[in-house]
Structures are given as C-alpha cells and as structure tokens.
Design a protein around this ligand. Structure first.
Ligand code: CA
Length: 236
C-alpha cells in the first residue's frame, strides 16, 4: 500500500517539526506549508490524504482554507489550534473540517485523530452508506445490520431515536460530532436547533450504557461543541 500523505499547514516551526517527526515515524509521507497560500497550492498540486491545519496563519485565517478546499475536495481536515474558543472550533467543523485538536496535544492523541479521520474518509469511499461490520469498544458491540446494541453480552434496549444517535456516533467513532450535525442527522434537516432534546436523550443513553454516567467510557462530551464516541477497536 502506498504511504498516506499528510499535509501540515502550520507557521510555528517547532510544532511543524514535532508533528512531522511523529508522522514520519508512523510511516506517513509528510508535506509542509508555512502559510495559507502555500497550503492551498499543495492541496491542489499534491492531493494529500489528510490535512492538519493551524487556524492562525500569517497570511490568512485557516477557516478560509477550509472554505476554499471544501468547494472541490473532501480530503479530511483536522484543525490544529491553540485557540480554545469553542465557537471557533464549531465554526471550523461547520465549514467542513472533520475534527480538531487543541495545542498542546500528545502524540497518541494526534495519531488517534488522524486514524479516525482517515478511516472515516475511506469508509465513505468504499462502503457508501452501509456499515456491515459491527462497532466494538470495550464491552460494547453495536451490530448495525441487526440494529442491536450489547454490552457485556447483554442486549441494551434503546428507543429508535436513541439508537439513531448511538449509531451515528459509532459510524463516526473517534471524531467529534457537533450538536448541529447530530440534530440534523437524527431529526432531519428541519430539526430544532435547541440542544435540549439531544441532552435529554444523551442522559438516557448514558444511563443505559455507562457504568457511571458522570464518567463516561463510550460517549464523551466535548463541552460547547458536541460528542465523540470512543474509537472503534476493530479497525486496523
Ligand atoms: Ca499559527
């Protein structure tokens, strides 16, 4: 299999170098851009498999790159930012970024985000809308073809809405899903933008699947942004 190529668009040299080293060690082919213009040129000329994008670039805001790239490519984009402002993360995700990671981050977190985004984009290309292989994490198995959720071999009864929420998060496991994305995928495009119904359902889901709903092991809250389901363990 040819190496996966990763484009790092980042003006801070030390972060660029750190990420480059980590990725090369994992056998990724690494491309670098120091500013937005260069980044856009490399996206067009080299078609990287995944893009790591700093939002604060010297010549433009990273969100402009997401907006531009999304008019013609679905290459996964992971936003890398020192900014912790939740609205910026949500904006980047709503513009079409696949995920984000906040500085400072560890190596394993970076690699997990990359794996999850690459896996998701491969699935979109190969499986179209069907996910035949069950999702597994810890003691949980979600069999999409049977619409059956088991934990430790026990069937967990979910309402149809709860099932849709869990299934959507499992199909996107490892990636953050914004409240707006989840609402429109579960309730449809005209869903109320109020997150309350989502929070109520999530509380019920957690009571059913988590040993301690306050310390979830399967579905995590990304405060002010959305939810992230633990990464599928079945995938290589
Ligand atoms: Ca920067």
């Amino acid at each position: 299999m040819p190496k996966c190529s990763v484009l790092i668009i980042e003006d801070e040299k030390n972060i660029q170098t750190f990420m480059g080293k980590v990725l090369k060690r994992q056998d990724y082919r690494v491309l670098y851009a120091d500013n937005g213009q260069q980044g856009l040129e490399i996206i067009r000329s080299q078609c990287p498999d995944i893009i790591l994008l700093d939002l604060g670039l010297p010549d433009m805001n990273g969100s402009e790159i997401i907006r531009d790239a999304r008019t013609w490519t679905s290459t996964p984009i992971i936003v890398i930012s020192a900014r912790t402002a939740e609205h910026e993360k949500v904006t980047a995700l709503d513009l079409g970024a696949d995920d984000y990671i906040t500085k400072p981050f560890g190596t394993s977190e970076l690699l997990a985000r990359i794996r999850a985004s690459l896996r998701h984009s491969n699935r979109l290309r190969t499986d179209s809308t069907h996910y035949l292989r069950p999702y597994r994490h810890g003691k949980m198995i979600l069999d999409f073809s049977k619409r059956l959720l088991t934990i430790n071999g026990q069937d967990i009864h979910l309402t149809p809405i709860e099932y849709k929420i869990v299934a959507y998060l499992a199909q996107n496991s490892g990636k953050v899903i914004t409240y707006a994305t989840l609402l429109s995928n579960v309730w449809g495009p005209y869903a109320d933008s109020d997150n309350k119904i989502l929070r109520v359902n999530m509380a019920n889901i957690r009571r059913k699947i988590e040993d301690d709903p306050a310390q979830p092991k399967y579905i995590f809250t990304e405060v002010g942004v959305g939810y992230r389901m633990a990464e599928d363990e079945e995938e290589g």
